[in-house]
Design a binder for this molecule. Sequence first.
Ligand code: TUI
Length: 313
Amino acid sequence: MSRNRITDILNIDYPILQGGMAWVSTGELALAVSLAGGLGIIAAGNAPADVIEEEIKKVKKETDKPFGVNIMLLSPHVDEIMDLVVKEKVPVVTTGAGNPGKYMEKLKEADIKVIPVVPSIALAKRLEKQKVDALIAEGTEAGGHIGELTTMALVPQIVDAVNIPVIAAGGIADGRGMIAAFALGAEGVQIGTRFVCAKECTVHNNYKEAVIKAKDRDTVVSGRSTGHPVRSIKNKLTGKFNQLEKEGAKAEEIEELGAGKMALAAKDGDTSLGSVMAGQVAAMIKEEKTAKEIIDEVVTEAKELEQNLKLDF
Ligand code: TUI
């Protein structure tokens, strides 16, 4: 039943991964995406292992379908989360915000598929040597912590640099984005922002509303001077970040302003002083839909486009 390398490796129906978004990608969302034939992903973010264990149980209780856990490598709880995914035999681990190299042996020994996010060719090549199963090439259009290169430039360069399959992320919200990613050589896509507005997503309703209201230029990048730039929807908080950076504030001061702000937006619904991380595609998202409706729509649109693409020049 070979369809492509990503559906084969992950044992899923459609090569669509749901982005692991801290405070947003809970067990409920991951379950809905996996049930719809994609790969649902629980985000560990900065949470301790006992919290993530509960999320894993929510998925396992309802399905035997594959799912993943995204491990944010800057988290103070990385080591315990690594132990947890091994203990729970989580089928897939994606990583973000760093190099997962030192955990590879442990994860592979547990037969876990490992798919790191890479923002550069150098890291892609290094991780291929360390036997990761695939890579996520995430462009700067994405929400949250981002790299410098655009998806359009990054994906084909990584595809050319490695032999393992590449999943494109950043700027993809519909079938057009999926086809564009495949044209660049990707064999899968990761969609984050659009799943914020999935009915099953448990994020605060104000967060969903902020994404739905966002227009083309409403996401901004904060914290470039700290070395950890983050894309989010423009609000009072991003104004404060801007101010601090203009004043030449120290990295610690800027990072301190960010502390707890993801939860403030995602759980408490304070979209003015909280961090409303979202990608540039926020403006393309018009309404809440179920995860299944989102996946079916993306797949149908991509297939129609593929049929109709005729380059008559
Ligand atoms: O990780 C993400 N997105 C995130 S993480 C996050 S939590 C956070 N909050 C504030 C500051 C930092 C993190 C919110 N959104 N996406 C995947 C991603 N990974 N984007 C960029 C990278 C990345 C960056 C550097 C991956 C590897 C890397 O390697 C550097 C090295 O060590 O070679």
